[in-house]
Design a protein around this ligand. Sequence first.
Ligand SMILES: *[C@@H]1O[C@H](CO)[C@@H](O)[C@H](O)[C@H]1NC(C)=O
Ligand SMILES: *[C@@H]1O[C@H](CO)[C@@H](O)[C@H](O)[C@H]1NC(C)=O
Ligand SMILES: *[C@@H]1O[C@H](CO)[C@@H](O)[C@H](O)[C@H]1NC(C)=O
Length: 373
Amino acid sequence: MCFKRLCALTLVLSKLLSATGRPVGKPAASVSRQFNDSDIYANWPTYDQLPLDPSFPTKAAWGVWGATDELGALNHITPNTIKAARNEIGAGIAISLNLEMNIPNPPLNPLRPAMLHAIVPFQGYQDDIISLNTQISTQYDGLRHFPYSTNNRVSTYQFYNDLITFEDIVSPDHIKTLGIQNEAQKGIAGRGVLLDWGGWKESRNETFDALSEVNITSSDLDAVISWQGGSPESFIHPGDFLIIRSGFMKQYLQLPVPQEQVLPFRVGDDAAWVGLEPSDDTLRWLWDRKISVLGSDNPSVEKSPLIAVIGGVERSLHQIFIGGWGLSLVEYLDLESLAETCHKLNRFTFFFTLQNLNMAGGIASPPNAMAIL
Ligand SMILES: *[C@@H]1O[C@H](CO)[C@@H](O)[C@H](O)[C@H]1NC(C)=O
Ligand SMILES: *[C@@H]1O[C@H](CO)[C@@H](O)[C@H](O)[C@H]1NC(C)=O
Ligand SMILES: *[C@@H]1O[C@H](CO)[C@@H](O)[C@H](O)[C@H]1NC(C)=O
């Protein structure tokens, strides 16, 4: 029994409490870095110092931007990184990095339905309706997309900074914590860097099948930077959007239609493609470079199958990037025209902008990404 007003309060409270009994948006453990607002990299942990608390999952960066932070690696973007990136615009060429929204078609994962597009003709004007699984074409993975999970079961899911549970995401209470609206409202722009790994392989006459398990290693990336005329130590700056061209999309777009049609029927280990090697070396290399966003022209940035053993635990890079670092991945980027232009200008850095849909509680979004050289 309770008084009317207290009952209402209890109801509100119970709505704010997640299934674990914690208020939504409040981390379970609040160990975090000592912050100095005038120097965002003061007390910056090395890769070896992750995680900040032994109770956090493998190599998580929970607490690095504060215990209640919802932006993760986007915190590397500051007014200074955006202003410095102005100098990347030279030739005055703007290039869209987005595929047409229904490519690949059919979607590579057979659990994901193809986009629906309906034209709605009225008298004197036309509308249209788009129904889209945000994972089928060029996409920005938000921080609700991938949790840590030791056994792929809902009971072990842990999202970035441990701010929400799976129940919060599927709850009808419109809980917005870690939703894609954060990434829409942040304002994502700055210096972009293309590492044309696929082009580097071609230049060496090293043929590979992008539809098989091929690792892109951190030493490859250093070699690509040198091939492009940069210095591996200084080519990438804090706050950069790092884009790796794997050659996946070039190969996909050349497939005969019947082969596109049967790709979704590859299952298990056969659903393979080229991508980043899942290893401590890859993670250390990326952590040290303080990038804000990581993108590729393949379906998952990392290679598939998405299996790795990091620190003795079976993990995908997705778990560590998204659930651990709050580092969003941009997948299925269209990099063909960008790569061609970069080689022509002999310049692999540019200004970029990226605008996600302002979808409260959303999981992912078309990134509307653009490079300006
Ligand atoms: C914060 O960083 C600034 C700039 O590096 C430094 O001058 C100041 O002493 C730092 N403050 C503390 C409390 O560490
Ligand atoms: C790659 O193959 C072409 C054509 O056979 C040849 O001209 C070129 O020298 C080769 N490049 C390397 C790096 O081996
Ligand atoms: C890719 O790298 C992972 C981790 O180092 C390794 O386990 C796997 O065997 C490699 N795959 C191939 C095809 O080399």
